[in-house]
Design a protein around this ligand. Structure first.
Ligand code: HZT
Ligand code: MN
Ligand code: MN
Length: 454
């Protein structure tokens, strides 16, 4: 990020467009009767699709007689499954802010500081650093996950859930090349698996009533990635586990801020998590923060920006800084509280024969001389389709690649592509996750992915 860079002349028009759009924004949003998250303030069920295509769609007169109510302008609203692009729902092009939290203590002054407010205004008006992109990605995330929550039911195949989320994301974000689209492969980790499981083609795993599912998906606009996750459980046994992790993530979000030390922040997260216990089959189990998982900073087109927020107190005195984006995520477990990437394959029902199901991420490396022609050609596809964004096998399939496993393994072995295998605790334990993307604005903290659900 280069907040002080002068916009080249060719971009000047873009800046002005954005400025005028900003001043129109709030007003038209209110006129449309939307709340801060762009949802309809009041339900309006009578403007469904039943007229479409009926008797030559009728002339205006015929229609008026049929519908006795005053002819209301049809309000744009999200469909189910979600397919309405956000530009239809937000004609102003301005997307709602997330939740705002002031900084604390020594940084409380920032909220009213003239200098900080001015810096922030400049950031927002520069297309390179504008907050509007991440807010658009966040609005897509909220709408997709709201529909997803109602869609997911025991008995469904994981593949169908992944497709529901990803097709919805592509439609709402109006995916276009590397300008906007999926931020990273949808994580659908089950039970003792906490992260980085995504189905490959042919996966036959079906969601069960007793499962605890982590839904972790990403949306990006111009490389600004929203990384946010929640946990679904259908039985009540694990309610306390889910509550613990939700609270721990809230602690992380609340205590995060400019100049906050990462090791200390981890301590607050740990404290909240460990204040919970869960009773399973008459046995009381402590909720443990998963010690080797972490939140992370996020850069443009880079899901991990280099800083990590662990979940257990440590002496990392690295500070969070103005302008940084962070994914604040916490994981709790009823097991050992440690992740293993080589899940005891055959004994693990959800990992069996799936050791290679994982998102891949191209490392931002210099081009390497590749001896294998198939690897060369695959890398070309990866560069074109994903750039530095993480991907998975399903995305290679839909990009038209086939029989690429040897080439892919070759790229992984050479260190050109990094793999992220599923991360699991011991079999029989349960894990939960909640995650928000936050933005450390100069004046205040913005929880961009906040919704009315979490
Ligand atoms: C890697 C690959 C992806 C980043 C965290 C995470 C899901 O565990 C530094 C700290 C998506 C994300 C990531 F496809 N990871 N957030 N959501 N996974 S991570 C990490 O690799 S790197 C944590
Ligand atoms: Mn995530
Ligand atoms: Mn993350």
């Amino acid at each position: 990020m280069s907040p002080t860079a002068v916009a080249p002349a060719s971009e000047a028009k873009g800046v002005n467009d954005l400025k005028s759009a900003v001043s129109e924004g709030t007003e038209s949003t209110q006129k449309n009767g939307k709340d801060v998250h762009g949802e309809e303030v009041e339900g309006d069920d009578d403007d469904g699709e039943e007229d479409v295509g009926g008797e030559a769609a009728g002339t205006g007169d015929a229609k008026k007689k049929k519908k006795k109510k005053k002819p209301k302008k049809k309000k744009a609203e999200q469909s189910d499954p979600p397919r309405v692009g956000l530009s239809k729902l937000f004609p102003s092009g301005i997307y709602p802010e997330g939740e705002l939290q002031p900084y604390k203590d020594d940084n409380a002054y920032r909220l009213t500081s003239e200098e900080k407010r001015y810096n922030e205004k400049l950031m927002n008006e520069d297309p390179e650093t504008t907050y509007n992109d991440i807010r658009r990605a966040a609005e897509v995330h909220r709408q997709v996950r709201q529909r997803t929550r109602n869609f997911i039911k025991p008995g469904m195949a994981m593949t169908d859930i992944a497709n529901y989320i990803e097709d919805g994301t592509r439609a709402l974000v109006e995916a276009e090349g590397l300008q906007s689209g999926i931020g990273f492969p949808t994580g659908l980790s089950l039970n003792h698996c906490a992260a980085h499981y995504t189905p490959n083609a042919g996966d036959t795993t079906v969601l069960k009533q007793g499962d605890v599912l982590k839904v972790d998906f990403g949306v990006h606009v111009n490389g600004r990635i929203v990384d946010s996750a929640f946990t679904l459980a259908f039985d009540h046994t694990y309610d306390k586990l889910v509550e613990a992790v939700k609270a721990a993530t809230e602690t992380g979000v609340r205590e995060a801020g400019i100049d906050v030390r990462l090791g200390e922040l981890a301590g607050y997260i740990q404290e909240t998590m460990e204040s919970y216990e869960v009773e399973v089959n008459g046995k009381v189990l402590p909720v443990k923060p998963i010690a080797n998982l972490s939140g992370h900073s996020i850069n443009k087109y880079q899901i991990h920006g280099g800083k990590s927020v662990m979940l257990v107190k440590n002496d990392d005195d690295t500070k969070m800084e103005e302008g940084e984006y962070f994914a604040i995520e916490t994981f709790g477990s009823t097991g050992r509280g440690r992740m293993f990437s080589l899940c005891q394959t055959s004994r693990c029902p959800s990992c069996a024969a799936k050791a290679s199901l994982h998102p891949y991420e191209k490392r931002n490396l210099l081009t390497v001389d590749l001896r294998l022609n198939s690897a060369k050609s695959l890398l070309k596809t990866i560069n074109k389709e994903f750039g530095t964004l993480p991907f998975c096998r399903r995305y290679l399939d839909r990009a038209g690649e086939s029989k690429y496993l040897l080439a892919l393994n070759n790229l992984v072995n050479q260190g050109i592509v990094q793999d992220y295998p599923p991360l699991c605790d011991q079999l029989g334990s349960m894990t939960a996750q909640f995650e928000h993307t936050i933005l450390l604005r100069p004046t205040q903290k913005e929880i961009v992915s906040r919704g009315d659900d979490y």
